[in-house]
Design a protein around this ligand. Structure first.
Ligand code: C2E
Ligand code: MG
Ligand code: MG
Length: 560
């Protein structure tokens, strides 16, 4: 190694800063160095000798000294950094990341930062620099300045070990729409929002309670000797400061949810407690956000079951939707009782081979956005099957359920158009049943896609009319070709004159504006007759005319 040991000259720049450098190195975790470029001398902090096989704290060519310790593939980075330093203006920081060999013979990632300072004539005089190990865990969150997850865990561990009967609660707070805020207003705005909230929440908490920042948009603290009611009170004050987040030219509204788990009742170790508080936070969100929820083991079991199922479905999607299949339920012309089409209904095989009903897994597919790939698979298969059946019945209409959510996908229209083209099917033989879905963000876009499918000639049906979103208000904005009256209106048709009148007048209303009416859930002949003769509905679907059946079983209908 080409390094010479030397003494510092009495009035050299390095000896002038030596006492300052010594004081600094005693309190710093990082490795410090200072270079006097004109003399070619370098001063290193002592920890370099402690952790690396460096010869001395005073050396000559720092780059040459470092190079053999740097992982061979990273040497270019080091070389580049020193070249950059030579041409960089004073005050400009040079940065590099590479792997450095320590005393134990292991390579570890480090960051190198160095900046040249200028003398009174503007000439580079001293270079000050720092090398830091990346694996030394940071303790503070960069954005909010709060202590982070590591520090939280250490403090909580101390609390739990403080006494054999320590009791209290871990509380996590998450912003409900942080992702949306970031996407809409940019990360800088998001960071600003987090900083403001960190400040506001800190001000609300009693002085002996410390706020921590876990990942992304989640805050945490723990309180000893606390009752659920007290947590609710703390949360309401936090809610008050959540309402407004201001930026220079924007004020946006933001809510938060919280989850709490108690020690030692729910758990008594750091990892489980934090996890349970996260589960409780998820519970609060599922209950509609903007509230606090407490850990609940029944919810936890259900949640874990859902996660397991989600995981299995993910695998099955990766294998080309292998465990999914479609059933078809007949739809008949009310007047003639003749088959006019079918609704495609999704099913899924669980691990044990049992068939899972859609109400159990569609919400999961929607929440995880897996409905997007599965939705493509459904359309592809329903259209392919309908095309086959057109050989026996050219007017056959296939109805496919579409979560409104799917209309938010930008590539959806092109996919559908391409699918119909490939299978050479008339768009007028395809019906999209719009089903209720949660989390529709972009109604403008949904509106546009809706119109585009309408223009393509696909029939649009509003599923579950009279329930949830599916109402007159919706019809005002979305012009549909068909409505499907929900099953609950059918149940009492035989006994309730009121229900019959209700259906009859909905049918009249729809006919007046040129819409077809389908009614589902018809299970017996008497109901069918009423709906046909008294109410005047157009199409009937229900167990009376057929259950949902697999493709092969359904196809036998064409043989008759
Ligand atoms: P939906 O679209 O309103 O489908 C009608 C549901 O009523 C089906 O349940 C069907 O089996 C059931 N049904 C039909 N006739 C009768 C009857 O006479 N009596 C009774 N008791 N029930 C009847 P299923 O298959 O469990 O589907 C439930 C819901 O799941 C569907 O309601 C739809 O919202 C959703 N779904 C099913 N398949 C899909 C799909 O491929 N994509 C999407 N996005 N949602 C789907
Ligand atoms: Mg439907
Ligand atoms: Mg329905």
């Amino acid at each position: 190694m080409d390094t010479n040991f030397f003494q510092l000259g009495e009035d050299s720049p390095l000896s002038r800063i030596k006492s300052y450098f010594d004081a600094l190195q005693n309190s710093a975790d990082e490795y410090l160095f200072a270079i006097d470029p004109s003399a070619g001398q370098v001063m290193l902090s002592k920890n370099f000798l402690r952790d690396f096989n460096f010869p001395d704290t005073l050396v000559e060519d720092f780059a040459a000294l470092l190079t053999p310790f740097v992982w061979h593939d990273d040497r270019e980075i080091l070389e580049g950094a020193f070249e950059e330093l030579n041409s960089a203006a004073p005050g400009v920081e040079v940065y590099g990341e590479f792997r450095l060999l320590n005393r134990d013979g292991e390579y570890g990632w480090v960051t190198l930062r160095m900046t040249a300072g200028a003398d009174e004539f503007g000439q580079p005089e001293l270079v000050a620099g720092v090398i830091a190990r990346m694996d030394v865990k940071q303790k503070a969150d960069y954005v909010t300045g709060l202590l982070n997850r590591n520090a939280f865990q250490v403090a909580l561990m101390k609390e739990l070990n403080s006494s054999p009967d320590a009791h209290g609660a871990v509380i996590l707070i998450g912003l409900d729409n942080f992702q949306l805020i970031n996407e809409t207003y940019g990360f800088e705005f998001g960071d600003n929002a987090l900083r403001q909230l960190a400040q506001d929440i800190t001000n609300i908490l009693p002085p002996d309670i410390r706020l921590y920042k876990l990942d992304n948009d989640m805050f945490a603290f723990f309180v000893s000797e606390v009752y659920p009611e007290e947590i609710e009170i703390i949360f309401s004050s936090i809610q008050l400061c959540m309402r407004e987040i201001r930026n220079i030219d924007d004020t946006i509204y933001c809510t938060a949810s919280a989850g709490a788990a108690f020690y030692p009742d729910d758990a008594d170790d750091v990892i489980t407690l934090t996890r349970y508080a996260e589960v409780a936070l998820e519970f609060a969100r599922q209950k509609g956000k903007d509230q606090v929820a407490f850990f609940d083991s029944a919810f936890y079991d259900r949640w874990r079951y859902d996660l397991g199922m989600q995981n299995l479905m993910q695998n099955s999607i990766a294998r080309g939707c292998e465990d999914f299949f479609l059933c078809y339920q007949p739809q008949v012309d009310a007047k003639t009782g003749k088959l006019v089409g079918a609704e495609a209904l999704l099913r899924w095989y669980d691990r044990d081979g049992s068939v899972v009903a859609p109400m159990q897994f569609i919400p999961l597919l929607e929440k995880s956005r897996m409905i997007i790939p599965v939705g493509h698979w459904i359309i592809e298969n329903a259209v392919k099957t309908a095309k086959k059946w057109h050989e026996f019945m050219p007017e056959f209409e296939v109805s496919v359920n579409i979560s409104l959510y799917q209309l938010e996908e930008h590539a959806f229209y092109d996919f559908v158009k391409d699918c119909l083209d490939r299978h050479q099917i008339d768009p007028r033989r395809v019906v999209f049943e719009l089903t209720e879905s949660h989390n529709v963000y972009d109604w403008d876009y949904v509106n546009k896609q809706f119109q585009a499918f309408h223009d393509l000639g696909i029939k649009i049906s509003m599923d579950d009319f009279g329930m949830g979103y599916s109402n007159l208000g919706f019809l005002k904005n979305f012009r549909c070709n068909q409505i499907k009256i929900d099953r609950v209106f059918v149940e009492d048709v035989l006994n309730s004159e009121y229900d019959r009148q209700l259906i009859k007048h909905v049918v009249m209303l729809c006919h007046a504006v040129g819409m077809e009416v389908v009614i589902e859930g018809v299970e017996d002949e008497a109901t069918y007759i009423y709906l046909r003769d008294v109410c005047g509905v157009d199409i009937i679907q229900g167990f009376y005319f057929g259950y949902p059946e697999t493709e092969d079983v359904f196809a036998k209908r064409f043989a008759n």
